[in-house]
Design a protein around this ligand. Sequence first.
Ligand SMILES: [Zn+2]
Length: 185
Amino acid sequence: MRINNDTIVKDSDPVLREKSVKVSVPLNQEDHNLIMNMLQYVRDSIDPQKAEEQNLRPAVGISAVQIGVLKQLVAISIDYGEDGKSEYVLANPRIVSHSAQNAYLKNGEGCLSVLDEHEGHVFRHARVSVKAFDVLQNCEVLIKAEGYEAIVLQHEIDHLSGHLFYDHIDPQNPWKEDSEALVIE
Ligand SMILES: [Zn+2]
């Protein structure tokens, strides 16, 4: 199966509001193939040439529900250029603890499934601890993430319970600020 911008489920589709179910781990072949395809999408999407040729929208993460599969699978690839990249290929991820401090991206968030503009600050936790089955390491892990990576993890984990980023934007005051929050450029 090839994932591209045409096969990604858009937010007019009610499936995006459904809850994804846990998968059994280690992954079976079908689930393993699926999550590796998801990872490949994210990796390729930031390559301008591949994105153009294969109709990919740039992204740092994707969840299985976004290709219409209600399973708790998430793939994230954040490229730091010369500093390498940070990847999370996770089954059944769940947040087990978080900071009291909030964080948000200064310019708001976007999503492969959301084509309309939804401007505003998306308040999330500045730090999270996530338990998951790590597909690349083939074992259960406890991830401690902060800042941008914590935000990306929360965005993707939100998809597994049917939440979209703009649910967190205050409609009365979309660019509301929080002086205590970590603001990420
Ligand atoms: Zn998304």
